[in-house]
Write a protein that binds this ligand. Sequence first.
Ligand code: GDP
Ligand code: MG
Length: 476
Amino acid sequence: SNGVDRELRAPICCILGHVDAGKTKLLDCIRRSNVQGGEAGGITQQIGATYLPVENIRERTSLKAVATIKVPGLLVIDTPGHQSFSNMRLRGSSLCDIAVVVVDITRGLEKQTIESLDLLKHRNVGFIVALNKVDRLHGWKTCPNAPIAKALKNQSEDVQSEFKWRVTEVVTQLKENGFNAALYYENKKMKEVVNIVPTSAVSAEGIPDLLLLLVRWVPEIMMDRLTYVNNVECTVLEVNEDKDFGTTIDVVLINGALSKGDRIVVCTKQGPVTTNIRYLLTPYPMKELKAKGVYKHHEELKAAQGVKIAVRGLRHAIAGTALIVVKPGDDLERAEAAAVQEISNANSLINEDERGESDDGTAIQEISTIKTCKEGVYVQASSLGTLEAIIEHLKTLSLDIPVGGCNLGPVHKQDVMKATAMLKRKEEYAAILAFGVKVMPEAFDLAAESGVKIFMAHTVYKLVDSFTDHIKKLKE
Ligand code: GDP
Ligand code: MG
């Protein structure tokens, strides 16, 4: 075909679905990190996206024909509830090329599954259904990391028949929601009929199938879209303060290349800001994740990647807006005008949806999806991904520490105020676990005055440990 000589970029994928369907677990499984098992490296290095080089995928796939993979890798967005995903409609093209909708096979379609499907339909984003938790079928014999066909062959007739009727049920439910779907290996019209991949995020059955669909089939159906071009297309995920690098912007580089020193226009709440790329950083690749908190420096990076950009003098960049590169000879005024348009689009979206915004420009609306209870600690982090990781970690401890509230961005007086509510209810929970965020002086003062304890640490695990030590001491 005419696509042979094209250079393709990595497809960008995000994971959606109902709460508890297994999104986090599936992501862990895909990138083979173990957040719950204590590999802190994976957490501290997150920049909103995980890049899987094709060698990694090849290594883990025993299926044939892997040689025909034409993309250099796969980029998985870590936080599907992220504002930038909601802001996808800002631009004609969207941040994600393809979505994975996770459905619990034992529960079928649920409320948020249907919401996800609506969203995808609205934004014209294709998807694959991961029919997850197959290992929960009664009597399932696990075959870790096996392709699904092999795993199924290994099951008793009873299990196979339960599997079949549960698949049929989900196919029917999808049909009721306007989608034709079929098991991918029985799907004869892959372009029109949604692919279903049975998976287990625990024993990793079906994961090779899912990965291969993402790196082989997806590029086939969207060759044009995935063709690498020089024009930069880049979306801001969030802005952070880094103790080594100062202000950093985490972006998804969708197409084109970024170079150290590039002149860029960033959309901020105060209008377009023109600055330069001081450093171009990525986390170390998956195998080297143990090198905690250390970023790799680059002179140039090509799409698609999750990238951390260090800049000078910038705050309040708006998540979900474009980062515009002004190459020598480009018209700066035009770039700034484009940024003004982006900002105005973003503002109207934010007003329309009545979204709250935290200090660093990251919308806090998604926080509302985090389950909190009346009595529990207050958690504050720089990104939704980290926040979720901390909460997840607190939940899996033997102490099972509940979360009473959470927030993104710097710790302000108001946050301490909220935490003081615990002083009367359950004193040991009158604490703020702050990760990767500044604590404002007034907040410190109020905490000291009122007796709210503020915990800070360089890793999620140290943070949670120092808090649990504190609880244990109180209990003694
Ligand atoms: P999320 O809310 O969609 O992110 O769901 P989680 O990834 O947090 O998973 C919810 C619960 O289901 C956790 O207890 C997981 O360990 C469990 N879980 C997720 N995937 C699987 C799976 O494939 N098999 C089994 N047995 N449990 C799973
Ligand atoms: Mg989750």
